[in-house]
Design a protein around this ligand. Structure first.
Ligand code: BG6
Length: 305
């Protein structure tokens, strides 16, 4: 349970009347954005954006499971888990936690501001420490800039503070809300090669048509910097994911059978989400020389169709 003092301190240093406040929820600390332009939550654990709804949208842009844990050391099932420094299983240590340590790490608040027009920007920071070095022996500083307004902007920067180069993978593991994933289509990945994680990691090439999912889907699309558009006829909107500094896009939906096996995901929730992840994974891992930085960002917006 966070101490009152810590909350008071965060509130005093970074709170903005009428735009941003800090509160405790289920033993975790979260920043709550509430302006005329947007509503949202960002948990300091994992720098986890767990809620975002711009003004004018009846449905949230981000999906969060009703069964999600909100607890120390557990990743939230939904929103935008921040995946770093490896994606999926760690290549040289299969017993390391899936998707890296960042999504449950304690981030600090570096800065916060509101522009007076309903747009709020929060910068969170994570640095290597003894625990991270045990899992991944490199010195780094990571900064995550989250801007909520008419759009959601996520920018994750990693700086190499080591004396030698390192390589890492990352993903802004964005769970998007859709009316029915079976009726939605995903545009932007035509002709792109992907690793099919539900078919023995075979490499395949996407066809020309927008993607319509028909079963469990877990694909790492490679060498793509394209904008993805989720066209959702049920909710009558398009969700647009525009990105920079990212060469992979991951598309994931567990479908019915896998959903049943997930303790933190309702059996019937899978039709209401699709993950479109702005990533650098597999062949597209980032290599940073000492002192260098790399930023990966996503700009997410909802528009009427
Ligand atoms: C996706 C992976 O990004 O995340 C999937 O490609 C994985 O393989 C999914 O199942 C969810 O991962 P987790 O660790 O949050 O259950």
């Amino acid at each position: 349970m966070p101490s009152g003092t810590k909350l008071d301190d965060l509130q005093a240093r970074f709170g903005v009347a009428g735009a941003l406040r800090f509160e405790e929820a289920g033993g975790l600390v979260r920043a709550v954005v509430a302006t005329a332009r947007a509503q949202g939550d960002v948990y300091l654990q994992g720098a986890h954006v767990a809620r975002y709804r711009p003004a004018g949208q009846q449905q949230p842009v981000l999906f969060v499971s009703t069964r999600s844990a909100f607890a120390a050391g557990k990743a939230i099932r939904g929103g935008v888990p921040l995946i770093f420094p490896w994606f999926g299983a760690k290549a040289d240590n299969p017993s390391a936690p899936q998707h890296g340590f960042a999504r449950v790490a304690a981030f600090d608040v570096e800065s916060a501001r509101a522009d007076g027009d309903g747009k709020v920007t929060l910068v969170l920071r994570l640095e290597a420490d003894a625990a991270s070095r045990r899992a991944w022996p490199h010195d780094f500083v990571a900064r995550y800039r989250v801007t909520m307004g008419e759009t959601l902007e996520l920018a994750f920067e990693v700086e190499n503070r080591s004396a030698s180069p390192f390589a890492y993978e990352e993903a802004l593991h964005t769970y998007l809300t859709v009316g029915d994933v079976r009726k939605a289509t995903i545009g932007g990945l035509a002709g792109t090669t992907f690793i099919d994680k539900v078919d023995g990691l075979k490499r395949k090439r996407e066809g020309a048509a927008p993607i319509q999912l028909g079963g469990e889907t877990d694909r790492v699309y490679l060498d793509t910097t394209a904008t993805c558009v989720v066209d959702d006829p049920v909710l009558g909107r398009r969700l647009v994911v525009d990105k920079q500094g990212s060469a992979s896009t991951v598309v994931w939906n567990p479908w019915n059978e896998k959903a049943k096996g997930m303790a933190d995901f309702g059996d019937d929730e899978w039709p209401r989400m699709v993950c479109i992840e702005t990533a650098n994974a597999a062949d597209n891992a980032v290599t940073l020389p000492p002192g260098a930085k790399h930023e990966t960002s996503a700009l997410i917006r909802a528009e009427a169709r």
